[in-house]
Design a protein around this ligand. Structure first.
Ligand code: ACO
Length: 347
């Protein structure tokens, strides 16, 4: 039987500090009505001084290991998807690997912007299916508040901070990831970019004065790309998995903007009743967005064993990635009643 990769544990971490649209009205020339009508976002979480991409990633990872019943020493690989790493280098994944005590694990970061977590699923799936690794911790973590220009109303209202993590292992009894797809259009690199701080334009007083260390975005162009890429990628993974849109129990798109989500769901042929949305409470948490949404969907009981779930991420690059899967893990609160399922997650 072909070995398939599946999710056996999950966790999320968001800062306690909430920044509402009303808070933003006091900081910049905007209004709650504009933000809600254009994006569906009501509030987002903002990291406190002691919080960062690493601290959020570590918390989400520890939860995911606990849910999976996996000991850190049994983790083979730690992957952190992020565009706001703790440092330029070393990799945030190495910091997490050390902090959680995953002494046997390799570690690397993956940057596919907001598509990073689903890109990571595609990579980790291959590593597990090939037999190269047995237990992998995949984390999406970003602190976008550290790279947005809080005087630029066209971007700062959109983003928030947060992390989500999953533990992936081989599925014994079928199910797991059915298909994945990744894509890129680097011709759109300039549409969403942090220009300074890399090798082209290293950190300098001039870069700082020009604000080139901040995220800059052509919102209209990114919007058009996002709707089409999300719908096309969802259709692609459904087709490869042999799923019709009405066989998808839950669609979890990147939580950038409610209007994008609505249009993309229409394009994918999936009604909003089967689409998960929490952008209203967190905004766009970049690589954290999809694993946070997955965790909340699980907590709300919207994903049950046997359900078909489609995930799609998109972002700077331009880049996009999608995955279709059959959910296999028993809900945490029912594991005591279902010892077999619990044991499968705890291997
Ligand atoms: N409050 C009030 N007015 C605003 C604000 C604001 N926060 N932001 C922009 N405006 C104004 C603009 O200045 C403009 O005014 P003008 O007509 O006088 O020039 C007007 O509102 C309309 O601006 P548009 O940009 O046309 O507004 P639009 O309806 O396109 O919505 C938005 C803008 C929400 C940014 C939309 O383009 C969008 O969601 N784009 C996609 C963004 C996205 O999801 N990016 C993340 C990608 S993922 C990643 O990798 C990070």
């Amino acid at each position: 039987m072909t070995r398939a990769a599946t999710i056996v544990g999950w966790g999320m971490a968001v800062p306690a500090q909430v920044r509402t649209n009303t808070d933003l009205e006091r900081m910049i020339d905007t209004s709650d009505a504009w933000i809600v009508s254009r994006t569906g976002i009501h509030e987002r979480r903002i990291a406190a001084e002691h919080e960062s991409t690493f601290t959020l990633a570590r918390s989400a990872a520890e939860q995911a290991l606990q849910v999976a019943g996996v000991q850190p020493i049994d983790v083979d690989l730690v992957v952190v998807a992020t565009l706001t790493p703790e440092y330029g280098f070393p990799a945030t994944a190495s910091l997490v690997q050390d902090a959680i005590g995953a002494a046997r694990a390799g570690a690397f970061d993956l940057n596919a912007a907001c598509a990073g977590f689903v890109y990571g699923m595609a990579v980790v799936r291959s590593l597990i299916e090939s037999g190269a690794h047995r237990t992998v911790l995949l984390i999406g973590s970003d602190t976008m508040s550290r790279v947005v220009d809080w005087t630029d109303r066209s971007t700062c209202v959109l983003f928030g901070d947060g992390a989500g993590a999953v533990v992936m292992q081989a599925a014994d009894d079928g199910g797991g990831i059915l298909s994945t797809a990744v894509g890129s259009d680097g011709a759109g690199a300039g549409l969403l970019i942090q220009q300074a701080g890399g090798s082209r334009q290293p950190a300098s007083a001039a870069a700082l004065a020009a604000g080139d260390h901040f995220l800059r975005m052509n919102g209209r162009e990114v919007y058009k790309f996002a709707v089409k890429a999300t719908a096309d990628a969802a259709r692609q993974v459904m087709r490869t998995a042999g799923l019709a849109p009405d066989e998808v129990d839950l669609f979890i798109p990147h939580q950038a903007n409610l209007r994008i989500i609505r249009s993309a769901a229409r394009g994918a042929g999936i009604p909003m009743a089967r689409v998960f949305v929490n952008a209203d409470r967190y905004g766009n948490t970049s690589a954290g967005s999809i694993p946070i949404a997955l965790c909340e969907a699980l907590h709300e009981g919207r994903v049950q064993p046997g359900d078909r779930v489609v995930l799609v991420g998109f972002g700077a690059g331009l880049a996009w990635a999608a995955a279709a899967l059959t959910w296999t893990a028993a809900p945490v609160d029912r594991r005591a009643e279902r010892p077999q399922a619990a044991a499968a997650g705890a291997r």
